[in-house]
Design a protein around this ligand. Structure first.
Ligand SMILES: Nc1ncnc2c1ncn2[C@@H]1O[C@H](COP(=O)(O)OP(=O)(O)O)[C@@H](O)[C@H]1O
Ligand SMILES: [Mg+2]
Length: 365
């Protein structure tokens, strides 16, 4: 069992910087939880407070119900893997993994057993006698990982551990890390600014912005039910398209008027928005939920501006006044720049946002 609870956790640097702003979060036992957000939003600071490397300004950290807020790092039973590997250059791979265990006075034969076990798991058995300078970046990162696993911590903390690897290896290591997690079943808190990394690895994603939590949910939840416009645009690539509309009510019908189209909502959608009384509403439509259709079925027609073939699909960009809108469409029929395209929305996939608060509205309870 290793559950991590953050209660009202806050970190100030001096008087000016509020790096982490009263966050509440429960990381479940065995969960692979990803903290995701743009640079500077407080991910590393949060992780360092859990590790005990950063003093807490306010709030409490519980691991398995035990208050560890003021315990030194080594008394917390957590293990941290950093972006820059931090393997010791003057020790062999074997010694790098064994050293923390020696410090913990683990018996010699137990150390040997564990080093071989984690080397197996992280696929570095043939590297055990080498020095870090004789290893590639990806291999060094595996060593750092092996070292972290060998101490059998209650909780793994990983701060952008893949971001120094080249693109192909990074994607490969996602799969390996997930496989390792599957075997060790250790509670893991993984930090990244890369939404696609978060989507592909997380059991749950915590989306952060400016020290606060914007949404917590499974990858599907944060993608399909984004809680606000920030999440809708931060998650997914290309991001959600937003259309600013005027609300017209005619008896029970609801019409949304945009300079390029008028959308009449279904009775179900209108019912969900019956408590929304403001005059402006934002439509959030993901690029794959804009559909190419025939002229008579179209909500509006525009000229394609840029087309990016992706092999399996094509990304079509067009302009609406000064806004660029993107469509993800099947690879065929191929669309050419300058071609007139007819566009509609997948109606059940539209999300609604309040332009003032930027929060989603009209969700089923
Ligand atoms: N030691 C520090 N002293 C002052 N400000 C800091 C320090 N560490 C981080 N910060 C600030 O705290 C905020 C959060 O930083 P950080 O947790 O590193 O963000 P992230 O890891 O999400 O990029 C940023 O504004 C950063 O500049
Ligand atoms: Mg960071």
């Amino acid at each position: 069992m290793a559950e991590v609870q953050l209660i009202n956790l806050t970190k100030r640097f001096g008087r000016r910087v509020l790096a982490v702003d009263h966050i509440h979060l429960t990381v479940k036992d065995r969960e692979f939880l990803v903290l995701l957000g743009p640079s500077g939003c407080g991910k590393t600071t949060t992780l360092r407070m859990i590790a005990g490397l950063e003093e807490v300004t306010e709030g409490t950290i519980l691991i398995d119900g035990e208050d560890v807020t003021y315990l030194p790092p080594r008394a917390r039973n957590v293990s941290m893997v950093f972006q820059n590997y931090a393997v010791w250059p003057h020790m062999t791979v074997y010694e790098n993994i064994a050293y923390p265990l020696r410090l913990k006075k683990v018996p010699r034969d137990e150390i040997d057993r564990r080093v071989k076990e984690v080397a197996e798991l992280t696929k570095i058995v043939e590297l055990l006698d080498r020095y870090p300078s004789q290893l590639s970046g990806g291999q060094q990162q595996r060593v750092a990982l092996a070292r972290a696993i060998a101490v059998k911590p209650k909780v793994f903390l990983m701060d952008e551990p893949l971001s120094n690897l080249d693109a192909k290896l990074r994607v490969h290591m996602r799969t390996e890390l997930k496989a390792i997690h599957h075997q060790t079943q250790a509670t893991t808190i993984f930090v990244t600014h890369d939404q696609s990394e978060a989507m592909s690895m997380a059991d749950r994603i915590v989306v952060m912005r400016e020290g606060r939590i914007e949404q917590v949910g499974t990858p599907e939840e944060v993608y399909e039910k984004s809680a606000n416009m920030f999440v809708a645009s931060f998650i997914g690539l290309p991001p959600t398209n937003f259309f600013y509309t005027e609300v017209r009510r005619e008896n029970d019908a609801l019409k949304l008027v945009h300079p390029y189209f008028t959308l009449t909502l279904s009775p179900e959608q209108a019912a969900r928005l019956k408590d929304y009384t403001k005059s402006r509403l934002v439509l959030g439509v993901r690029p794959e939920n804009l559909l190419l259709t025939t002229e008579d079925q179209a909500l509006f027609s525009v000229e394609a501006m840029v087309v990016e073939p992706q092999g399996s699909h094509q990304i079509i960009a067009f302009q609406m006044d000064d806004q660029i809108v993107k469509i993800v469409a099947p690879a065929y029929p191929k669309v050419w720049p300058g071609e007139r395209i007819h566009v509609t929305f997948r109606p059940e996939r539209i999300r609604f946002f309040d332009p003032e608060t930027q929060q989603a509205v009209g969700d089923e309870a």
